[in-house]
Design a protein around this ligand. Structure first.
Ligand code: EPU
Length: 417
């Protein structure tokens, strides 16, 4: 079993370069199969989820080559084979194969997705969208079967603001007949990134990044080249780690606007922040104020930074309240932080965090962001070695985490037992 070992207590110092966004990459790769010719993706993050996605496409007959941070996807020979099991089960975002295959072939069979299951994550809004476009959708023995004689544009109001449903409906609607309007759409930057790729492929999508997205369906899309936006969650995680270790770190290759909600909260705590065009400097301080944080849909504070932020708030003076209005129970990191001496109580959607120094312990990452929270917690502890298991979750979303932290002066290593 592989573990991350952390001998903390050293302030992080230096520059960290942020890679392309995971949650864009794993939507852009399936989007590529809507084209009839080669799509080139640049600034690709080197992550296990990206590798799994290239496996999924290869199983369907696409030619995928991946060199450094560039992936070339030639979908010209792809077919819509049923995929009840196999790699689709390893990844939650395999649900994007539903929209992409439905758009291109009008049919798909995809096993219900796996991935980070910190709480039940329904896909009813995705299905509602596909049905509105004219597809028949059934769940047979744990696989979703989608079929349409023809996809026709429709007006779809999402009952829940969902990143996945917004992107999935966009994927199918780009190859539907006529106009589709998605109302109450999610506004995350990753949605704009997917729309930018699809538009470069010849689609007509307007309003991505607002709550109303309009799509004019096209009968054919072509290949293109696209560079993935920087990963705002990875950037936010390093910003929080820099503050938690009282370090001084330049977070480079970011879009500061995407991090505004976090930046505002760090400033409110007393963290020093300098914003530049494509980078943010985080200057840690000895003392931090307790604050209240509400995780909301974009442009609110990101739920994916809620767990890392919990670790930082253990370092503040007084009691902070961190509430998650996107997921009602994303608190599996809390009992693990408690093993490290944290004083946190969960009440409904909120974690109530009393500032208190942490100690080294053996802890387990139960999902990707919970893992990031434990690494940050370990970095704050100056005596002893924190051992984090569940490294495979962390590898899903953090490109070169150990190398980056070591370059910032942390004493972190992987160990195999
Ligand atoms: N929801 C429904 N029905 C649906 C879809 C969503 O009730 O059909 C609910 C969910 O249960 C949740 C809320 O709506 O309470 C928002 O879920 P959303 O669909 O936006 O989440 P997602 O698309 O499945 C993506 C990211 C997550 C991130 C969320 C929220 C990907 C692959 N995943 O998930 O990222 O937490 O948006 O921003 O893009 C992560 O990176 O660690 C991660 C979990």
């Amino acid at each position: 079993m592989e573990k991350l070992m952390i001998s903390g207590g050293r302030p992080l110092q230096g520059t960290v370069n942020i890679s392309g966004a995971k949650n864009s990459a794993i939507a852009l790769i399936p989007a590529a199969i809507l084209a009839e010719s080669e799509v080139i993706l640049d600034n690709l993050p080197l992550l296990s989820d990206v590798a799994v996605y290239s496996e999924i496409l290869e199983e369907l007959g696409a030619t995928v080559s991946w060199e450094g941070n560039q992936m070339r996807i030639d979908p010209s020979h792809i077919i819509s084979l049923p995929m009840p099991n196999g790699p689709v089960k390893k990844l939650r975002a395999s649900y994007y194969m539903m929209g992409a295959l439905l758009g291109r072939f009008k049919e798909a069979v995809i096993g219900l997705p796996g991935g980070c299951n910190f709480e039940p994550r329904p896909i009813d809004q995705h299905i509602k969208g596909f049905e509105a476009l004219g597809a028949t959708v059934t769940n047979e023995h744990g696989s979703i079967h989608l079929h349409a004689k023809e996809l026709k544009g429709a007006k779809i109001y999402l009952d829940v603001v969902s990143v996945g449903a917004t992107i999935n409906i966009m994927l199918a609607a780009t190859r539907a007949k006529g106009s589709t309007i998605i109302e109450n759409a999610a506004k995350e930057p990753e949605i704009i990134d997917v729309a930018t790729l699809l538009n470069s492929m010849g689609a007509s999508i307007k309003g991505a990044g607002t709550e109303t997205i309009r799509i004019e369906g096209k009968s054919e899309l072509r290949g293109c080249r696209h560079s993935i936006i920087p990963d705002r969650i990875q950037a936010g995680t390093y910003m929080i780690a820099a503050a938690a270790t009282r370090g001084n770190v330049l977070i480079d290759n970011v879009i500061p606007k995407h991090l505004e909600a976090l930046t505002a909260k760090l400033i409110e705590m007393g963290v020093g922040i300098e914003e530049l065009d494509e980078s943010i400097r985080v200057i840690g301080k000895e003392k931090y104020e307790s604050i209240d944080v509400k995780a909301l849909v974009y442009p609110g504070f990101a739920t994916d930074l809620q767990s890392p932020m919990t670790s930082l708030l253990t370092q503040a003076n007084g009691v902070s309240v961190l509430s998650d209005f996107v997921y009602s129970n994303r608190f599996k990191h809390v009992p693990e932080l408690a093993r490290m001496g944290a004083k946190i109580r969960v009440e409904g959607r909120s974690a109530i965090i009393e500032g208190h120094p942490l100690n080294a312990a053996k802890v387990k990452a139960t999902d990707l962001r919970a893992g990031a929270a434990l690494v940050i917690a370990g970095l704050t502890v100056s005596e002893g070695v924190t051992e984090v298991t569940g490294v495979e979750f962390i590898d899903r979303g953090y490109d070169h985490l150990v190398t980056n932290l070591r370059e910032l002066g942390a004493d972190v290593w992987r160990q195999n037992d």
